[in-house]
Design a protein around this ligand. Structure first.
Ligand SMILES: Cc1cc2nc3c(=O)[nH]c(=O)nc-3n(C[C@H](O)[C@H](O)[C@H](O)COP(=O)(O)OP(=O)(O)OC[C@H]3O[C@@H](n4cnc5c(N)ncnc54)[C@H](O)[C@@H]3O)c2cc1C
Ligand code: FES
Length: 290
């Protein structure tokens, strides 16, 4: 009988390191990019995977926090070297992290979680709300054929088109738009207050892009739960394949504590709790009990 606690991606491939902060720079209002050198992790991590991070030399907060891979910075010889994460200042950990300067130490463990599918697709449509754009930069680079990730490297046949529909409350909170544009991603923006792009919801942009899209497409989505549920509904209505990356709070990140569970349905329609850290964070949107 299958062990219900089995997960295909425990932290078997993970490393834990104390690393030095290289940069901690502001990208947008309350949003920062932290860069640290960790070649072992940079060589293994794939788009949609995450890492846990805590401050070294303090027990406040004691528990690490999950952050998605944002980007990988190569060494002069081209080998994966440093990791970028982008974070929104929210609570205790991130308001401490914002004060970290170059040379200070943080403890990281990863790569963790399953990540996004590498299955080729003609048109990849990435839908992000709030700080949900972070897992998509490397995915866009990969599906546009610019870079490979993982060890051994994942081989992804390039998509014809990669679109990012990115919604935020206001223009000041948009972070990393130039990074996506420079990678060749077709970026569409929506703000709640109309200060940039479409005045309205990111789901309006998604409907528009789906109407324009010809050929096979896949939606990938990350952001507030209410927005991911709305995207899952549109995907169901339009018969689109859709993967969501859940941002449930986590404590251990490695499958032990069950802090991170989400209700996920199996093929028979029955639901069970799944751990987002080892059975996710990426799930088929149609399987989530929203
Ligand atoms: C797989 C994964 C990847 C993530 N990637 C990123 C990322 O790239 N960038 C980023 O900024 N954030 C990301 N997050 C969310 C981030 O981990 C939380 O915002 C983090 O807990 C903030 O820590 P804090 O101590 O500053 O705030 P906390 O003190 O932990 O929390 C502040 C407030 O937010 C609530 N909260 C905490 N965690 C979450 C959560 N996950 N979802 C909703 N509410 C929460 C708390 O209940 C509290 O009200 C990710 C989460 C997951 C699970
Ligand atoms: S965070 Fe502990 S089991 Fe997922």
């Amino acid at each position: 009988m299958d062990n219900p606690l089995h997960a295909s991606c425990y932290a078997d491939n993970a490393v834990q390191c104390t690393v030095e902060v290289m940069e901690n720079v502001r990208l947008a209002r309350d949003t920062y990019r932290l860069r640290f050198a960790c070649p072992e992790m940079a060589a293994r991590i794939t788009p949609g995977q995450f890492l846990m991070l805590r401050l070294a030399g303090t027990n406040d907060p004691l528990i690490g926090r999950p952050l998605a891979l944002y980007n990988i910075v190569p060494a002069p010889d081209g080998a994966p070297h440093a990791i970028d994460v982008v974070y929104l200042v929210k609570g205790k950990f991130t308001s401490h992290l914002v004060r970290a300067t170059a040379g200070q130490h943080v403890v990281v463990w990863g790569p963790l979680g399953n990540g996004f599918s590498a299955e080729p697709i003609e048109h990849l449509i990435m839908v992000a709300g709030g700080i949900g754009q972070t897992p998509f930069l490397t995915l866009g680079q990969e599906f546009l054929g610019h870079r490979q990730f993982g060890n051994p490297p994942r081989a992804v046949a390039p998509s014809r088109r990669v679109t990012l529909c990115y919604g935020a409350r206001t223009a000041a909170l948009l972070a990393g738009v130039d990074d996506f544009a420079q990678a060749g991603v077709d970026v569409r923006i929506a703000t709640d207050d109309g200060s940039r792009g479409h005045h309205g919801l990111v789901t309006d942009l998604l409907r528009q892009v789906l109407q324009e899209s010809s050929g096979d497409h896949r939606i990938v989505c990350c952001g507030p739960e209410i927005m991911m549920a709305a995207v899952a509904k549109i995907a169901a209505e339009t018969g689109s394949n859709c993967q969501v990356s859940l941002e449930t709070p986590m404590a251990c990140g490695i499958g032990i504590c069950f802090t991170c569970v989400a209700k996920v349905r199996d093929a028979s329609g029955a639901w069970d709790y799944k751990r987002t850290c080892v059975e996710g964070p990426v799930f088929d949107a149609a399987a989530i009990e929203w």
